[in-house]
Structures are given as C-alpha cells and as structure tokens.
Design a protein around this ligand. Structure first.
Ligand code: PRP
Ligand code: URA
Length: 207
C-alpha cells in the first residue's frame, strides 16, 4: 500500500494547533480546514488530467482539468470538518456520506448512515476522516465502497496510528493513504498517542 506523508512546515504547524489541548473548537476546525487543503493538494498530485479548449484574451489555448474528479466521502462526524475545504478544491466532485461511530467500550465501529452512489466503477474515491486509529471505521467505509465496485480509493487522514496503517495494508483492498503524520501508537482505550484527542468532540463538542 502506498503511504504518502505530507511533510511540510505549514502542515506541521496546523497539526500542532490541532494537537494542542488549549485550542478551542473554532480554531481546531479552522486548522483542520487549512490542513485539508494541503492534504487534498498532495493527494491529487499526479492525478490524470485532460485537455480543455479555452480562449485567453489573446489566443485559443489548450487548458487542463482533472480527467475524473474524485467522489468525496466524509466519514461522520469528524470527516465533516474536511469536506467543505475538499469540495472547494475540487468543485466538480460529487459527495457521498458514511456515518460510523466507535463503541467507546470496544472501539468497534457502529455504522449508522450510508449515502453513496450505487456504482463506483472507474471513479476515484477520497475518504475523508481525520483519524485512522484501529482502522475499523476506515475499513468499514472501504468495504462499502468496494461492494460498489470502487477500485481506486484514497484515505485522506490527519493522524494515523501504525496499527491502522497495518490494518489497511493487510486488508488487501485497493487503497492508498495520504496523511499528515503517523504517530507512535494507540493507548489502552484505542486513542492515538500523542494524537489530538477525539476529533469529533474537538470540532463539535461531546456527543
Ligand atoms: C473517530 C474518527 C474515526 C474513528 C477512528 O470517529 O473520526 O472515524 O474514530 O477510529 P478507528 O480507526 O479505531 O475506527 P468517532 O467514532 O469518535 O466518531 P465521531 O467522528 O462521531 O466523533
Ligand atoms: N478517534 C479519535 O477521534 N481520536 C483517536 O485518537 C482515536 C479515534
């Protein structure tokens, strides 16, 4: 599996804001939005393009656009904080939704929402979720996408645990990971360490 770590001073600065426990909900959301812009920019480097005929004020010109804009799939709740910025970067994209919440006691994913196109054959899919911890929520989402014939899936995350990366790797699914940081590991409640806490709560308050 391809793992692309977005190693840039501006990404590191926004991630530091998100990690800081004194950062309030509004500043956390703003830093996540900024960082999403960088992650999407990197995730689309090398994406296939096609020529589009335009006219500049001077002459006819062969311009460029994405050949196939990806379907954006935020994983609720925390992925909601990434979708507006991702969609601003790729306004032609369609958006699907998956809702899954970890059971606090078992860390197992509990699905509650699925709103996706029926057929994803030939369509790149970007799954947006800031946190890849055990990988259970991401694998649930990827299973939904693969069952709809997706073969080109990118997990766009802010922080991953090595355990989550390994889970994606061993799944054998057609996925690559674009992430700002791979942290040390999980604690005994399956939170990422050093991490940034609960990414949903830090944007929207406790549920
Ligand atoms: C968080 C996060 C991921 C999941 C990661 O969501 O946004 O979806 O945990 O953990 P995993 O890799 O072990 O599955 P959470 O379940 O806390 O729900 P929320 O986004 O509604 O807060
Ligand atoms: N979900 C989060 O929001 N944070 C973690 O550290 C792990 C799962």
């Amino acid at each position: 599996m391809q793992v692309q770590i977005v190693d840039h001073p501006l990404a590191a600065a926004r991630l530091t804001t998100m990690r800081d426990k004194t950062t309030d909900n509004a500043r956390f959301r703003a830093a996540l939005s900024d960082l999403t812009q960088m992650l999407i920019y990197e995730a689309l480097a090398g994406a296939p393009t096609e020529s589009v005929p335009i006219e500049t004020p001077l002459i006819a010109f062969a311009g460029t656009r994405l050949a196939t804009p990806p379907l954006l799939v935020p994983v609720l709740r925390a992925g909601l904080g990434m979708v507006e910025q991702a969609h601003a970067m790729v306004p032609e994209s369609h958006v699907g939704f998956v809702g899954v919440a970890r059971d606090e006691a078992t860390a197992q994913p509990v699905p509650y929402l699925e709103s996706l196109p029926d057929d994803l054959a030939g369509l790149p899919v970007f799954v947006l979720d800031p946190m890849l911890a055990t990988g259970g929520s991401m694998l649930h989402t990827i299973d939904l996408l693969v069952s709809r014939h997706a073969t080109d899936i990118t997990a766009v995350c802010v922080v991953a645990a090595p355990e989550g990366v390994a889970a994606l790797e061993t799944s054998g699914h057609p996925v690559r990971l674009v992430v700002a940081a791979v942290d040390d590991g999980l604690d005994d409640t399956s939170y990422i360490v050093p991490g940034l806490g609960d990414a949903g709560d830090r944007q929207f308050g406790p549920r």
